[in-house]
Design a protein around this ligand. Structure first.
Ligand SMILES: NC(=O)C1=CN([C@@H]2O[C@H](COP(=O)(O)OP(=O)(O)OC[C@H]3O[C@@H](n4cnc5c(N)ncnc54)[C@H](OP(=O)(O)O)[C@@H]3O)[C@@H](O)[C@H]2O)C=CC1
Ligand SMILES: CC(=O)N[C@@H](CCC(=O)OP(=O)(O)O)C(=O)O
Length: 368
């Protein structure tokens, strides 16, 4: 690689080995260098990896210099993803084989923060490492790094993300839930308890590796819930909602797998604060996200639809009155692979590199 500053990849490689954690897809980048910022994708042969390639290929400043895989290391990206056959991209290599010999070390000398990491896995999302141990069934293996990680829900933590070296990209379910609920909790418009969430996810949320439960015969023409009461996104959502409310928030959360490739909807039933109305909730959310390109509160009683955000970094939200007095139904949709993963990761990386956060991300949804 020329002109890049990937020396910290070696640390990342050691880190991955030492932690023996399930693989994440990370975007690792070096400091801005002229108009060319070198970016590496660890786990490029997976679903979030290929989605990152789609956005980065059209990015005016980022250049994909390195892509890693595990079983598919050694293959060209065109053989793994035939739709990318004509693209000028590096071959997939194992993390341990990443060649840093020609990195211009002088560029990063004296720049300890020169390499930025956006981690799409869950490893750095939980601020309390005891929670990590409890929900992920193993002790956290990089507690020091965890301390500096910033939770990457961009619209909420933008200021911290700008100066972060390590961003923990949020889970897809937490993104759909936290975007509408954090502003409402901060404004004391909803009760802290009795928040009931049912979320539906496309199958790509489970990744590309083969699993019996994700076979066509198991998934098609049917739906089923999983991880009921114990999905590992519960502590992540509760952490963020509790932070917003400045008090402990407990949720009921049921994820459901839908027979579709991508897309995610969360239906969130909340108790409104005494005196608050659906109009108050909607007005507050509309104002909160008024200037945001990627989060839109829909007008009137339009129902959010996963098709209206597919392939884009957008989140659509709407608020409806429940038939139970005092309660409201909030519906939020995203594309799990974009705002729920790679799009938000790029939004964060843009911020970390001092670029407008929408750079390379303003494409329209793919419809129908
Ligand atoms: N899919 C989604 O909607 C979301 C995913 N995430 C998170 O993002 C991360 C990536 O997810 P996703 O892209 O869906 O996963 P995939 O299963 O589709 O891809 C995994 C990637 O990691 C590589 N890999 C697997 N094992 C190893 C290993 N031991 N060492 C090095 N590389 C390895 C794979 O290589 P190979 O193909 O060669 O095996 C592949 O490139 C995960 O942590 C996931 O939880 C977060 C939010 C949403
Ligand atoms: C449909 C499906 O299986 N979805 C995944 C969530 C995807 C995600 O966000 O996972 P991480 O927290 O690991 O990043 C799941 O429920 O485990």
């Amino acid at each position: 690689m020329d002109g890049g500053c990937f020396s910290r990849f070696q640390d990342e490689s050691k880190l991955l080995k030492a932690r023996k954690m399930p693989v994440r897809c990370s975007v690792v980048s070096a400091q801005k260098l002229d108009k060319s910022i070198k970016v590496g994708i660890l786990g490029a042969s997976g679903y979030t990896g290929v989605e990152l390639i789609r956005f980065l290929a059209n990015h005016p400043y980022f250049d994909i210099s390195l892509m890693t895989a595990d079983r598919k290391a050694g293959q060209s990206i065109g053989s793994v993803f035939p739709h990318l056959i004509a693209q000028d991209l590096p071959d997939l290599i194992a993390v341990k084989d990443a060649d840093f010999s020609s990195v211009e070390a002088e560029i990063i000398k004296g720049l300890p923060n020169s390499v930025k990491i956006v981690d799409l896995s869950a490893d750095f999302r939980l601020r309390d490492i005891n929670d990590y141990g409890e929900w992920y069934g193993q002790p956290h293996k990089a507690t020091e790094l965890q301390k500096e990680a910033v939770y990457g829900l961009t619209e909420i933590y933008r200021n911290k993300i700008q100066s972060a070296r390590l961003v923990a990209n949020p889970g897809c379910y937490p993104t759909t839930v936290c975007l509408p609920l954090i502003p409402l909790l901060k404004a004391n418009l909803i009760a802290l308890q009795n928040i009931v969430i049912v979320s539906n996810s496309g199958v790509s949320g489970a990744g590309r590796s083969a699993k019996e439960a994700n076979l066509y015969t198991e998934i098609s023409e049917g739906i089923f819930s999983y991880g009921i009461t114990r999905h590992r996104h519960v502590p992540e959502i509760e952490q963020e909602l509790s932070e917003a409310a400045n008090s402990r928030v407990t949720i009921s959360f049921t994820p459901t797998l839908m027979p579709m490739s991508r897309g995610m909807q969360s239906t969130i039933n909340v108790q409104m604060a005494p005196g608050a109305s659906v109009e108050d909730l909607k007005q507050h959310l509309t104002g909160f996200y008024e200037k945001e390109e990627f989060v839109t509160v829909l007008p009137n009683d339009s129902a959010p639809h996963t098709k209206y955000v597919q392939g884009s970094n957008r989140c659509h939200i709407n608020v409806f009155p429940d038939r139970i007095p005092g309660r409201a139904i909030i519906i939020s949709v995203i594309d799990n692979l974009v705002k729920g993963a790679s799009g938000q990761a790029l939004q964060n990386l843009n911020l970390m590199m001092g670029l407008p956060e929408n750079t390379g991300l303003s494409c329209m949804p793919l419809f129908p």
